[in-house]
Write a protein that binds this ligand. Structure first.
Ligand code: PRP
Ligand code: MN
Ligand code: MG
Length: 181
């Protein structure tokens, strides 16, 4: 296979910037949840990298669990109708839940997920997302811990895929149009 760099037009966020920003978010999370239970809920598969780095940066005895969801609908557009492919193993009753996501695009996935998790009687539900595309938003999401706002471009890396590839890129980069057109 080709070298990964040939498929990219631009590095949007370098690895060091990601780690620096995650460290800042972790200091806020530690202060906000001081003395409290905290369950990180990662959304497979995109959130794997941010979950791994966020969790290791936190000086807090957190628990981690995972959900896999899939939005119905044709093509690449989210429909807002979400199906659970893998549910949590954890009972959320009385827990402080922090949903960890790689990106908020339309916001439809998270909008559904927040409502779903809130119905399970948790103590609290908040969001941590590395990236957000304000120009792609179809629904407003209240993100307590946000890494970066980015332009509405096709980005990959650090968990984000195109056709399941590029998740292993250490930075967040813009995919070259010749790859997807
Ligand atoms: C991507 C991304 C978010 C979601 C954001 O996941 O990781 O979970 O889409 O889109 P939205 O805000 O428009 O709902 P995807 O469904 O591609 O699955 P993946 O994490 O396995 O790549
Ligand atoms: Mn995802
Ligand atoms: Mg994806």
């Amino acid at each position: 296979p080709r070298d990964i760099d040939g498929d990219l037009t631009e590095i949007l966020i370098e690895e060091e910037q990601i780690h620096g920003r995650l460290a800042e978010l972790c200091r806020r999370i530690e202060a906000d949840y001081a003395g409290k239970d905290l369950l990180l809920v990662g959304v497979l598969k995109g959130a794997v990298m941010v979950m791994a780095d966020l969790a290791r940066e936190l000086k807090h005895p957190i628990a981690m669990d995972w959900m896999a969801v899939s939005s119905y609908g044709s093509g690449t557009q989210s429909s807002g109708v979400v199906r659970i492919l893998k549910d949590l193993d954890t009972d959320l009753h009385g827990r402080n839940v922090l949903i960890v996501e790689d990106i908020i695009d339309s916001g439809l996935t998270l909008s559904w997920l927040i409502a779903n998790l809130k119905s399970r009687q948790p103590e609290s539900v908040e969001i941590c997302a590395l990236l957000r595309k304000p120009d792609a938003a179809r629904v407003d999401i209240d993100v307590k811990y946000l890494g970066f706002d980015i332009p509405n471009q096709f980005v990959v890396g650090y968990g984000l895929d195109y056709a399941e590839k590029y998740r292993n890129l250490r930075s967040v980069a813009v995919l070259a149009p010749h790859i997807y057109s």
